[in-house]
Write a protein that binds this ligand. Structure first.
Ligand SMILES: NC(=O)c1ccc[n+]([C@@H]2O[C@H](COP(=O)([O-])OP(=O)(O)OC[C@H]3O[C@@H](n4cnc5c(N)ncnc54)[C@H](O)[C@@H]3O)[C@@H](O)[C@H]2O)c1
Ligand SMILES: [Fe+2]
Length: 366
């Protein structure tokens, strides 16, 4: 038995950004974005298309942190906002989810993050119109948000099935100006979502189809895109692949590579997309032979010889400039052992279908 559900209405294509006014549909809205000239200009276009927002939260920083979210939520209070338009990458869309769930009172979200199911249920969230500008996190089609606690060295996940955006407007043209480093890290995040949804206890035939399509496309497209960053067709392919990866993991959540990544980001500042992807070859090696359905999916991506496939994956990472070695990110061997050990038992690590001993062997750790 299996089931699959994703309620987000998706509109995809170059120029679909211009339909934002149709989807705001006269509602009193808040705009969430970054303080950056590119985004200030896009925000002005939204105002022209949809009318001026009742509130602008334009100070979103990468990796939304507890400390910054409380004042952002307070600004929402007493505003009677009917819709949140999230214009940006995962940090903006996740911030929008926190704002939507808070109803202006961040303490409610914080209790939920700290106490989980024991906390009082969140109020009905404000609907979200997600307009992603990275390809990407897939946050436009998931119902959770990553909340970082830099001071406490922790990462939380806000999860509620009512936090799926009402609609995702995926316009690949919005990614054209993304610099190479962002294109790589976000593209690899999407690849990680695809693979992590395959070696996952929650995998199902629908997530599997989307994951295979996404991974094949990212492997074929990302190096070419780095050579031709203004190529509209390649940007379209990456945007669609990231969306497909998002749909796949929206029903499975992530697994071991993501579980490992959080400590690397918190302690060493590595961008999420790099932190959750540089370990993929070793994680793949550790899972080969663990499950026939998983092997079959991986063969659809990498061909019949999965060990050779893991080496190809490693060569692919190196081709896009990413080292598969933890030491290159400042992680010491003792620290690495502790990180892997904790990650296997972590919330996302428990979704992974491989065995602990096989993981340590693949990472060449005692
Ligand atoms: N909710 C989910 O399902 C989910 C999934 C994966 C990752 N995440 C989270 O998403 C965050 C990472 O998001 P991200 O990788 O999309 O990046 P981001 O939103 O953190 O943005 C990184 C930087 O890129 C810039 N930027 C974004 N789009 C741009 C564009 N088109 N052109 C030029 N610059 C641009 C921003 O100004 C910012 O400085 C992390 O906090 C991660 O934990 C969430
Ligand atoms: Fe991710």
């Amino acid at each position: 038995m299996w089931s699959f559900a994703n309620p987000v209405a998706i509109e995809f294509g170059d120029g679909c950004f211009s339909r934002v006014g149709t989807h705001v549909a006269g509602r009193r809205y808040a705009l969430v974005t970054y303080a950056d000239p590119i985004f200030t200009a896009l925000a002005a276009r939204i105002s022209a298309l949809a009318g001026a927002p009742a509130l602008i939260v334009d100070d979103v920083q990468p990796n939304p942190d507890l400390a910054a979210l409380a004042p952002a939520c307070a600004r929402l209070a007493a505003q009677r906002i009917e819709l949140i338009v999230a214009l940006g990458g995962g940090s903006v869309i996740d911030t929008a989810k926190v704002l939507a769930a808070s109803g202006g009172d961040f303490a409610r979200v914080q209790r939920h993050l700290l106490e989980g199911a024991k906390a009082a249920p969140l109020p009905t969230p404000i609907p979200i119109l997600a307009v992603p500008t990275t390809a990407g996190t897939g946050s436009e089609v998931t119902c959770w948000a990553t909340v970082w606690d830099g001071a406490g060295g922790r990462k939380f996940s806000l999860a509620d099935s009512r936090l799926y955006p009402e609609r995702a407007l995926v316009d690949p043209e919005l990614t054209h100006a993304a610099p190479a480093g962002l294109t790589v890290s976000t593209g690899l995040d999407a690849l990680s979502h695809a693979l992590e949804s395959i070696w996952n206890r929650n995998a199902n035939p629908v997530s599997g189809q989307f994951a295979v399509a996404a991974a094949r496309e990212i492997l074929a497209t990302l190096p070419a895109l780095l050579r031709a960053p203004r190529d509209a067709a390649l940007r379209r392919r990456m945007a669609q692949a990231a969306l497909f990866a998002g749909i796949a993991f929206s029903n499975t959540k992530t697994a071991l590579a993501h579980s490992i990544s959080y400590a690397v980001t918190l302690r060493h500042g590595l961008a999420h997309g790099l932190a959750c992807s540089f370990t993929l070859p070793q994680v793949m090696r550790s899972v080969i032979g663990a499950d026939a359905a998983c092997d079959a999916r991986l063969r659809e991506i990498f061909g019949g010889d999965l060990a050779a496939g893991a080496s190809r994956l490693e060569a692919f990472l190196q081709e896009v400039g990413v080292s598969p070695r933890a030491a290159d990110y400042g992680v010491t061997p003792a620290e690495w052992h502790a990180i892997i050990d904790a990650a296997i038992g972590g919330e996302r690590g428990q979704n992974f279908i491989g065995r602990r001993e096989a993981v340590f062997a693949a990472f060449a750790l005692p």
